[in-house]
Design a protein around this ligand. Sequence first.
Ligand code: C5P
Length: 208
Amino acid sequence: MGFVIAIDGPAAAGKGTLARKLAEHYGLPHLDTGLTYRATAKALVDAGKPLDDETIAAETAAAIDLGNLDRAVLSAHEIGEAASKVAAMPSVRVALVEAQRRFAEAGRGAVLDGRDIGTVVCPDAPVKLYVTADAEIRARRRYDEIVARGETADFTQILDDVRRRDERDMGRKDSPLRPADDAHLLDTSKMGIEAAFRAACAYVDKRL
Ligand code: C5P
């Protein structure tokens, strides 16, 4: 295994932004593994296929092209919800984890972010970060993002969604969201992204 930085954490904790910044800083390729689950869910919805048939969902997951994942197309809230449903299916995870591991092992290193990178996808990664923040703060960030785009949003509903997604991701049987035993915890509740980035770099530099 090369220099893999594994980043996990709940929705809207800032791990995506942090992963992109670290990838750029260390010159490593980046994979947002949430997009692989989102792409699977979207492909099912677009083809008019059910979201609760594990065989069909696993076939769809196996056909996902990691080189063609567009955050803009996959960012819709409904796609995130559908993604967290298909992500609870073990054979969907087998297919996507295999592709994610190939990505992690293809070069001299990589940055991967998701829910199970440090625990399942890359348990031997030399650097593991678990990025989290209070649910209210994560919901507030989501709310501010939506309002900044000129759209309307309901804070209470967003907070409910964040909590429901946490419950589903942390409570599922297969690969639940949890920090790896050797993960470095980064609580961004009281930290801006720049401070989180500096803290992460200080940790990563010790392991280079
Ligand atoms: O991070 P993002 O919101 O794009 O992820 C969408 C959903 O995909 C998550 O709620 C989670 O259920 C699932 N996921 C996962 N394992 C990963 C990445 C995402 O189960 N490594």
